[in-house]
Design a protein around this ligand. Structure first.
Ligand SMILES: Cc1cc2nc3c(=O)[nH]c(=O)nc-3n(C[C@H](O)[C@H](O)[C@H](O)COP(=O)(O)OP(=O)(O)OC[C@H]3O[C@@H](n4cnc5c(N)ncnc54)[C@H](O)[C@@H]3O)c2cc1C
Length: 393
């Protein structure tokens, strides 16, 4: 491996906008990723292996449900939580995806829509990483339009019976509990959330193989055939599609920060490489105007993305954030990171396609990040609807 070590990316004294606590959280997460994930991530990516050995230490550092209060959760601010996801994704989008799902898509719905019993049963063990969860919304035929879902729940006595298929579910085969979104037949097909223990008869999860993206994260298909759950497994305060969309908002917020981490990794690697690599007249490639143009584009966009997501985080901490703000941050920052990955790959020439460097892995990962949690174009329509008042979906 060449002597390229991450040095941080801060063009505009962004750090001066952070409190001491925020910087401490960021630096702690950075050190953890540097010491524990960076040394193994290329091997995990090659093998298509989720580094499960990091789950317990991440739980101990408070990464799961970090911005929730009580139940042993770290009670971080939203900005602190965002800085954690940034550092996680500088390591790898797949590992950040795992943390986002556990936190924003499993713990958050239990915290927000769950009964006291559900919260007391699940949140402490999900926080420690002793139990893992997954979030089943997407189906083979319904992705961007989850309202079309076919999964159904039918009330039979004191139980619900669930039937349906879910697809592209992060952590599906390693989860102890699945948050399953289904239309309830006796309630006018209202979408509601159910906690489904994954060892229940009729529940099956199979991994999706052959992914060229997020290879260090588990992605699965779920099948539910006459799965019986007691009525107390219904998330009592969930009701309507807005419930899963609220969860997605939490996850999108973390992604908007996370993408900056991936972009920082690519940019810093390309900058250092361009200063070492020499072509023509024994000069570093960084001395060529076209290479400088690429580096300038990247630092320019990373800096804007940092300011955008910090403002969204401050709004979220003040209880003033709106879903279209989060859409803007997710849409912009993931696009920006993907462009940075492509430009960085270019700057490394042939070396850019090898996994001696992190860039190609980030590039492939970011293709999924652009698609999940609302595709880039769906966020375009969300922002368009917000400014025009016209629904163009
Ligand atoms: C690695 C990975 C992990 C995932 N993890 C999870 C998970 O844990 N849980 C979960 O529930 N889901 C998960 N997903 C699914 C993800 O959320 C969906 O892939 C996403 O919502 C897009 O749905 P789709 O793939 O069916 O694409 P489609 O909805 O079929 O979209 C295909 C294309 O059509 C475009 N399009 C669709 N509708 C419109 C429109 N009205 N106007 C303009 N363009 C449109 C889209 O922008 C996109 O470019 C994951 C996906 C991946 C790749």
């Amino acid at each position: 491996m060449p002597a390229i070590k991450f040095r941080g990316v801060d063009f505009l004294d962004f750090d001066s906008l952070l409190s001491d606590d925020e910087r401490l959280v960021r630096d702690t997460a950075r050190k953890f990723i540097e010491d524990n994930l960076i040394p193994i991530i290329e091997e995990c990516n090659r093998a298509g292996r989720f580094p499960r050995e990091l789950v317990k230490p991440m739980g101990e550092l408070g990464f799961f449900g970090a911005n929730l209060k009580g139940y042993n959760c770290a009670g971080m601010s939203n900005v602190e939580y965002g800085l954690v996801t940034q550092e996680l994704e500088r390591g790898d989008s797949g590992v950040r995806s795992f943390v986002s799902v556990q936190s924003a898509l499993v713990m958050y719905p239990i915290y927000t829509f769950g009964s006291d019993e559900q919260k007391n049963t699940w949140l402490p063990t999900l926080q420690s990483g002793e139990k893992l969860g997954c979030f089943g919304l997407t189906e083979p035929d319904f992705g961007s339009n989850p309202g079309g879902m076919r999964t159904r729940a039918r009330k039979v006595g004191k139980e619900y019976v669930l039937n349906g298929e879910k697809m592209w579910i992060t952590s599906g085969t390693i989860a102890d509990v699945a948050v399953i979104w289904a239309k309830v037949e006796d309630e006018d097909d209202t979408v509601r959330g159910f906690l489904v223990e994954t060892d229940r008869p009729g529940f099956k999860a199979d991994d999706i193989h052959g992914k060229w993206s997020l290879r260090a994260s588990v992605t699965s298909g779920l099948s539910l055939q006459d799965v019986h759950v007691p009525e107390c497994n219904l998330l009592p305060k969930s009701g309507g599609l807005k419930s899963p969309l609220m969860c997605l908002n939490q996850a999108r917020y973390g992604i908007a920060w996370g993408a900056i981490g991936a972009a920082m990794s690519c940019y810093d690697c390309a900058l250092q490489y361009s200063l070492l690599r020499k072509q023509f007249r024994d000069q570093p490639i960084a001395s060529h105007q076209l290479v400088q143009q690429k580096l300038t584009w990247m630092i320019n966009e990373i800096t804007k993305a940092q300011l955008l997501v910090l403002q969204v985080g401050r709004l979220k901490d003040a209880g003033k954030v709106q879903h279209q703000h989060i859409s803007m941050a997710k849409r912009n920052n993931v696009w920006m990171a993907l462009e940075c990955a492509r430009l960085s790959r270019d700057i490394l020439g042939a070396n850019g396609v090898a996994d001696d460097y992190p860039i190609m892995r980030h590039l492939m990962n970011l293709e999924s990040v652009k698609t999940y949690e609302g595709t880039h174009d769906i966020h375009t329509l969300i922002i368009g609807q917000s400014v025009t008042g016209i629904d163009a979906f």
